[in-house]
Ligand binder design. Sequence first.
Ligand code: NAP
Length: 304
Amino acid sequence: MDSRHQRVKLNDGHFIPALGYGTYKPDEIPKTESLKGTKLAIDAGFHHIDTAYAYQVEEEVGQAIKSKIAEGRVKREDIFLTSKLWCTFLRPNMVQHNLKTSLNKLGLDYIDLYVIHYPVPMKPGEELFPTDEKGKTLFDTVDICATWEAMENCKDEGLAKSIGVSNFNRRQLEMILNKPGLKYKPVCNQVECHPYFNQSKLLDFCKSNDIILVAYGALGTQRDKKWVNQSSPAVLDDPVLCAMAKKYKRTPALIALRYQLQRGVVALAQSFKEKEIKENSQVMVGLWPSELFLIILHMYASLK
Ligand SMILES: NC(=O)c1ccc[n+]([C@@H]2O[C@H](COP(=O)([O-])OP(=O)(O)OC[C@H]3O[C@@H](n4cnc5c(N)ncnc54)[C@H](OP(=O)(O)O)[C@@H]3O)[C@@H](O)[C@H]2O)c1
């Protein structure tokens, strides 16, 4: 961790800010919230923005970034922007097309980080989630190593400064790492990660291969009814997090984010609320107690 700049060095020499703003939104939230939220995040000091083709808000995210550049608030090179290759574009000849579509929507000529969103090829076409007439997902067969070679070409052509993966398990990462003729290792693996799902084994594996783990759902996810059992406990209500927050005069959200940073994980945080966005940006500010309490928290979470 480069503490002065609060950035982490990637294995290709570029730096990623340790805290990022997440731009995923559920369908019922209007896209204008993404525009507003991204602007608020940049104003609050976020220099790392995470988006994806599949979130369908790249136009709004690009507009927000360009408006902050036009205001003189930031320069393009101050912003670290991630987008993701969607599952219906994993065939090698489609990779660059999906990246160029994202760049067009964003209105930018390069992206800082491009990641394979999921190692799950789906039938190519216009649909994000292609299904048959019975509603069953239509998958595709693609050699993920060939997809990775197309990702490497995107880096060579300067369309993406860094390339990585998301939602890969250890075996899937090993397929890439052991690929004959590998030109670039993935710089990161972006996965769900929070105190109830701490990914400690995957984190150790990533660290031993100089791959940064990027945590999404670091605040416990948006608890979308489609994916999350609403009766499961909410991370930010956890009694240990709440007690720590009280003891150290922070908030449960800040403890959950700081926990990730102190274990060498880059954390994403999503919110459309100005108060929360400003609060989350404070994770770098002020003196924090030593790592000990975070280790305790880590142990506690592993026992659950
Ligand atoms: N690679 C992937 O497959 C993948 C998957 C999912 C997400 N992601 C990325 O990761 C980002 C973050 O993950 P996420 O969207 O699941 O959500 P998250 O960061 O875990 O946040 C969850 C919710 O916490 C609440 N919150 C935020 N700050 C708070 C604060 N200071 N105090 C109290 N509550 C607070 C917000 O809800 P309220 O506004 O209702 O309070 C927010 O929606 C996404 O936006 C996306 O960019 C990637």
